[in-house]
Write a protein that binds this ligand. Structure first.
Ligand code: FMN
Length: 141
């Protein structure tokens, strides 16, 4: 099972989530590639059995606009029938960006494996295990 995790993180919170999700997935024996969006390509998504995307809530409840949103748009056509997981960090909002994002990938035909995982700021306490479990769970689906 090949999983590719592609993320954007400005201050490291979503990156910390990405590392924990990766740890969880690797613990199941999955073959996981972890990439910052700046070094990812459409081929990474095309070649993955499970594509996992991470981006914090930015702007006003939207995806980061300069790098992540353009990448997401460029791979939307590859998501039809693809197993997908979504995650990201937020601060003062209520997760609206994640609900919009979930709806967009479903419209593109993706099979969203789990509800998007959202963490307030940096993953600590229970969130650490939630991130690892998210990785384990989606690797086994
Ligand atoms: C320009 C900017 C816009 C943001 N907009 C939102 C927002 O609309 N809703 C929200 O809950 N948090 C918002 N945040 C907070 C970030 O989502 C939060 O700090 C998150 O932990 C950043 O993750 P990162 O460390 O992976 O970059 C914003 C932060 C910045 C810098």
């Amino acid at each position: 099972m090949k999983m590719c995790i592609v993320y954007w993180s400005g201050t490291g919170n979503t990156e910390a989530m990405a590392n924990l999700i990766c740890e969880g997935a690797v613990s199941t024996g999955a073959d996981v590639t972890l990439k910052e969006v700046s070094s990812a390509s459409a081929a990474d998504i095309e070649g993955a059995d499970v594509a996992v995307f991470g981006c914090p809530s930015m702007g006003d409840e939207i995806l980061e606009e300069d790098e992540f949103e353009p990448f997401m748009s460029s791979v939307t056509g590859l998501l039809d029938g693809k197993k997908v997981g979504l995650f990201g960090s937020y601060d003062w909002g209520d997760g609206e960006w994640m609900r919009t994002w979930e709806s967009d990938v479903k419209k593109a035909g993706a099979h969203l494996l789990k509800e998007g995982l959202i963490v307030n700021l940096t993953p600590e306490g229970d969130d650490v295990e939630k991130c690892r479990s998210f990785g384990k769970d989606i690797a086994g689906m």
